[in-house]
Design a protein around this ligand. Structure first.
Ligand SMILES: NC(=O)C1=CN([C@@H]2O[C@H](COP(=O)(O)OP(=O)(O)OC[C@H]3O[C@@H](n4cnc5c(N)ncnc54)[C@H](OP(=O)(O)O)[C@@H]3O)[C@@H](O)[C@H]2O)C=CC1
Ligand SMILES: CC(=O)C(=O)O
Ligand SMILES: [Mg+2]
Length: 645
């Protein structure tokens, strides 16, 4: 039980919330694949005849978008800048087909010139609202709702109606919206997916589709997909096997790809491999929408994944595939199978590892120690699944980079699973990835005894067991070291190994705390406020995906993830570290993704893995990446015409 000495601040800490990380070009939003109609002088005349009228411009565009040249700011001045030129979006559909297409619709923001041009006159109410007014109105209704799941539903309804407005709400209000479209609320949204189903989003591939997948991918309406997030629903957050209900995870991750990573919404595809479920409740649920049969296993399962991978690469040869929330019984094997031949990575293994490394570098700095002292830390990882072993591998690699020997690096780790500390006695039963971390002694030792005997400086929770870090354990940690670093990383919030209040209370406010799902800062009886951070792979995957796709990387290398972690760690200002915050404020996530993407491209170029960076682009990668990042903003829409002269 919690004493009353700790209570959550009523108002969430906002930090230096700046919403002004703007993209500098709208080019990525152009859905057409046709060549520019301005390519001949005659065509150009006709094309410009369809440009917005003065009346359009007068509505809310302060400077005519057509006259101002692109202005590229100096490095360091990206924030707040924005290019005034907006390429028009050329589309073939007209009238109500525009209003019902979420990629094109602006709702009430269509101006009069556009309403005429696109045959929308009479289909919309009289009053024209610009995007800012639309956001204000949306937020009033959203904030009036009494539960996060209702807010999630309202946001997803908007997602289905108007992608630009949806993503702009996310970009401008990331701190408020991320917990609604992502962890923790997305966990509940997945659990209730079948009963609340309204309209499909993404693609499903099942056993019945074997032999058809290469054709099926052509059912997806967008010609140029850059990023796929795929799950088989076998381990959704810490909620276990949710089968096809897991679709909310790829959808939520891809919303972050767009809003936080600057990938345009028409370039992302969420996928569920619906291979059945072993969740008894779902097998008996009359409304469950997935395949109601036990999970496909063994060679048949791997053949199905193989066919899927071949199919998506056949249609989109350069697509990045992010594996998400696959059970650890298959996750590493799939990664090993595809990592060198497809552009892909496993977010739970590699993304989480990189994110945690960044958070630990920050925490070590916050303690006033050298960041290069990673191998001198005593790191207790509780949970030896995808996330736990993924983190250990990335930290181990970072220690070698810092100059520690393999043995010194291995000696830093204490890894526990359900049976306690993993020791050499059970080496025969361990996976090849876990084996190197087995301790020579103390096999099966409880986490409390590990804390007593080995006095870890760092504790990471990746067990999906809510409350596992109990008072006895946390007090033992605090007794062992001056300032323990405690990261309960399991999601959603109910699965966190301890809460922020518990961690601060049981360590007398001395710990550095970061969690997988967000926690509010805590005010203790002494009146002091203790700050929290969110350690979630959302800080890494959008930037890695952006960088890898922009440079046409042949693969995602381990070093790219290491570089991404370092870039992320560098984004934390000293004043945040001083109050124990070891990740950048969430409102800065676009800036973080930009920086990671640049670092990933540089690494890809160094390693000969980049296939798409021209000499011109390479001159200024900051500018190149910023220019390519999607920013959700209404652009003028024009008819796509076939002109024969
Ligand atoms: N913050 C973030 O960015 C991320 C967080 N996560 C979270 O991490 C959690 C785990 O994910 P993942 O690694 O894929 O899951 P897995 O199921 O692969 O691994 C869970 C591990 O926890 C161990 N475990 C279970 N109960 C206990 C216990 N009582 N004491 C010690 N160890 C225990 C299991 O042991 P055994 O093998 O013996 O069963 C297993 O090794 C999830 O909640 C997920 O949401 C995941 C990715 C990213
Ligand atoms: C964050 C994440 O990827 C997970 O909890 O699985
Ligand atoms: Mg995950």
């Amino acid at each position: 039980m919690l004493s009353s000495s700790a209570r959550v601040l009523a108002t969430r800490y906002r930090g230096n919330a700046s919403n002004s990380w703007k993209r500098n070009s709208q080019k990525a939003a152009v859905v057409t694949t046709s060549s520019s109609p301005t390519s001949s002088p005659v065509a150009a005349t006709r094309f410009f005849a369809t440009l917005p009228t003065e009346e359009d411009d007068a509505m809310d565009v302060k400077v005519s978008p057509w006259e101002v040249p692109e202005q590229v700011p100096d490095e360091g001045e990206w924030e707040g800048c924005r290019r005034n030129f907006m390429s028009p979006l050329q589309i073939s559909v007209r009238g109500s087909d525009i209003l019902t297409n979420p990629l094109y619709s602006k709702g009430t923001a269509f101006k009069n010139g556009e309403r005429d041009r696109l045959r929308l006159r009479g289909l919309l109410p009289h009053r024209i609202m610009n995007i800012h007014k639309q956001i204000d109105r949306f937020l009033i209704t959203l904030r009036d709702l009494d539960s996060n799941i209702r807010k999630n539903i309202m946001l997803e309804d908007l997602h289905d109606r108007n992608e630009t407005l949806y993503h702009r709400v996310l970009v401008d209000h990331m701190e408020e919206m991320a917990p609604l479209i992502y962890t923790p609320t997305v966990g509940q949204a997945c659990q209730e997916h079948s009963s609340r189903f309204r309209r499909p989003r993404g693609m499903y591939f099942s056993e019945e589709d074997r032999g058809h997948m290469a054709a099926m991918v052509y059912n997806w309406p967008q010609p140029d997909v850059h990023v796929i997030v795929v799950t088989d629903g076998s381990r959704i957050l810490g909620l276990g096997d949710l089968g096809a209900n897991g679709m909310g995870i790829p959808v939520g991750k891809l919303s972050l790809y767009c809003a936080a990573g600057g990938i345009a919404p028409h370039r992302v595809l969420p996928v569920v491999l619906d291979v059945g479920t072993d969740n008894k409740e779902l097998l008996e649920d009359e409304f469950y929408l997935g395949a109601q049969k036990p999970r496909l296993r063994g060679p048949e399962y791997y053949h199905l994944v193989d066919e899927f991978m071949e199919a998506v690469r056949y249609r989109w040869p350069n697509v990045l595939v992010q594996f998400e929330d696959f059970d650890s019984s298959v996750a590493q094997r799939l990664l090993d199978k595809y990592r060198n031949e497809h552009l892909c990575f496993n977010d739970d293994i590699q993304g989480t590892g990189a994110t945690t490394l960044a958070g630990l570098l920050g925490a070590i700095r916050a303690k006033g120690e050298e960041v290069t002292s990673l191998g001198d830390q005593r790191i207790l990882i509780v949970g030896a699944g995808s996330a736990g072993i993924g983190i250990a591998q990335v930290l181990y690699g970072a220690m070698l980079e810092q100059g520690y020997t393999e043995q010194q690096a291995k000696d830093s780790f204490f890894i526990c699973d359900q049976h306690g500390l993993i020791g050499e006695e059970r080496v025969g039963k361990l996976t090849p990835e876990t084996k190197p971390f087995a301790r020579a002694e103390d096999d099966g030792m409880s986490i409390v005894d590990v804390a007593k005997k080995h006095k870890p400086t760092i504790v990471l929770g990746v067990t999906a067991v809510g409350g596992l870090f109990n008072e006895e354990f946390v007090r033992e940690l605090a007794a062992g070291v001056e300032r323990p670093i405690i990261f309960p990383l399991s999601n959603p919030t109910v699965k966190a190994e301890c809460t922020a209040e518990q961690a601060f209370e049981w360590t007398d406010g001395k710990c550095i705390f970061a969690s997988g799902s967000p926690f509010d800062p805590v005010e203790m009886v002494d009146g002091k406020t203790y700050y929290t951070s969110q350690c979630n792979n959302m800080y890494v995957f959008p930037g890695v995906g952006l960088g890898a796709t922009l440079c046409g990387a042949k693969k995602v290398s381990d070093r790219m993830l290491y570089i991404a972690a370092k870039a992320l760690a560098e984004c934390v200002p000293e004043e945040d570290l001083a109050r124990g915050q070891v990740f950048p404020h969430i409102s800065k996530i676009r800036m973080v993704s930009h920086k990671i993407a640049v670092a990933v491209i540089e690494e890809a170029m160094r390693d000969g893995l980049a296939t798409k960076i021209s000499a011109e682009d390479a001159k200024d990668l900051n500018e190149f990446v910023a220019r390519k990042m999607y920013y959700p903003e209404y652009v003028p829409i024009v008819e796509k015409r076939t002109i024969t002269i």
